[in-house]
Design a protein around this ligand. Structure first.
Ligand SMILES: Cc1ncc(COP(=O)(O)O)c(C=O)c1O
Length: 393
């Protein structure tokens, strides 16, 4: 008899679980959202139907290269949408199908990993001693990528250099100059540098052209240099803002990664764009999935391409940028008036706060444990009414 009842009991567990998740979702969507960690929640409810349609009766697996024109190994995929989306996203950075290759990643970290990996491979084909440079304010994924790609040991052997930041959180060019000037004396014959367009906490943007000029002044040009831009945070809106320097693939940088869940929002994902050339493929043709293995991940969710493309169609993004900037100004005004905060700084789309030890304050803004000297809040999603109630409490 037990065997007869068991499936029902299992169904009941399934139904219970669905209910439990539904309740958790309702709870999570009640309070103020998206402060402290930059994820755009604006009108994500509009994506619900698409999410459902897209995975109702099949699961799309984009295991493979979206730009591969041969027959795909995995039949249920969204490669076409992915390739078209990538073309739209790479265009403002000077990328097109002729000069650029890319794919949708699981997030910012995979984009960094792939960009840095392509750079290490490319430089190592011609050079023996590649120095990898990044700013100590850069996201932890950069340190992870360079250490992993150096066999985890080389930090102590002098092939990785970290440059301190200035007060704004940008890579210090005077310190970079010292390191680059000394590099040839240490036998370095090529440099891979990672610059950040929007550091996680201060929203700082490294001076990419300034960095490149220093490298060039010490002979690191052409095939002796590779620059990856970690634009996880600011890459989405960078080219919509007239005040930003417009960096171009092939002259200012060799690869770029942009996060999907931050500026665009509504899904978790990222993207990477790499100047075509050596070092892209991780391996040979893998027969059973009919692809040359160029990606870091194997199976990749096909829904990311659909949701990201839908998100692009959903808003006029220049208006979205103006709305977010206005939110930022509003927040600064409220903070000034509230006397709650003694110091804060507005950096394009971010507001940085002085560190506080108040638990209530931290939990409202989703700050982990107040470990940082300056905390930040991008002003993309929170409703103004929520902000008032917080400041009033
Ligand atoms: C500047 C920067 N780079 C990379 C990442 C890594 O992104 P992910 O968490 O999507 O892997 C982040 C995430 O916060 C980031 O802020």
């Amino acid at each position: 008899m037990a065997a007869v009842y068991e499936p029902k009991a299992k169904r009941a567990k399934f139904a219970d679980f669905v209910q439990q998740i539904e309740k958790a979702e309702q709870g999570a969507s009640e309070g103020p959202r998206g402060m402290g960690y930059p994820m755009n929640f604006n009108e994500i409810g509009e994506l619900a139907e698409l999410r459902n349609i897209n995975s109702r009766n099949f699961i799309c697996n984009n295991c493979g290269d979206p730009f591969n024109t041969a027959e795909a190994g995995w039949k249920s995929n969204t490669f076409k949408t992915e390739a078209s989306l990538l073309q739209q996203l790479m265009k403002p950075w000077g990328g097109n199908e002729e000069n650029c290759w890319g794919y949708l990643t699981t997030g910012g970290t995979e984009g960094v990993m792939k960009g840095v990996s392509a750079g290490v491979r490319r430089l190592s084909l011609l050079h023996k001693n590649v120095l990898m440079i990044y700013c100590s304010q850069a996201h932890y994924s950069i340190g992870k990528a360079v250490h992993m790609l150096s066999g985890e040991r080389s930090g102590s052997k002098g092939t990785i250099a970290t440059i301190p930041p200035n007060v704004k959180g940008e890579m210090r060019l005077d310190k970079l100059e010292e390191v680059v000037a000394a590099a040839p004396l240490l036998g370095v014959d090529a440099i891979l540098c990672v610059c950040t367009i929007g550091t996680t906490f201060m929203g700082a943007n490294d001076d990419v052209r300034g960095v490149r000029n220093i490298l060039a002044a010490h002979g690191f040009t052409g095939d002796k240099v590779y620059m990856h831009l970690d634009a996880a945070l600011n890459g989405g809106w960078w080219n919509l803002d007239p005040s930003t320097p417009k960096y171009q693939l092939g002259s200012d940088f060799e690869s770029l990664s942009i996060s999907g869940h931050k500026w665009y929002g509504g899904f978790i994902g990222g993207s990477v764009y790499i100047l075509k050339g050596e070092g892209l493929a991780e391996g040979k043709m893998v027969k059973y999935v009919k692809m040359v293995d160029k990606m870091i991940s194997g199976s990749r969710p096909g829904d990311t391409a659909v949701l990201w493309q839908a998100r692009l169609y959903q808003f006029d993004w220049e208006e979205e940028l103006a709305r977010c900037k206005d939110n930022c100004r509003f927040l600064v005004g409220e903070l000034e008036a509230s006397f709650c905060f003694s110091r804060f700084v507005r950096v394009l789309l971010k507001v940085c706060f002085e560190k506080r030890r108040c638990v209530r304050y931290c939990s409202f803004f989703c700050f982990p444990a107040c470990q940082f000297d300056i905390q930040n809040s991008p002003c993309q999603a929170p409703k103004r009414s929520n902000l008032f109630s917080c400041l009033a409490c």
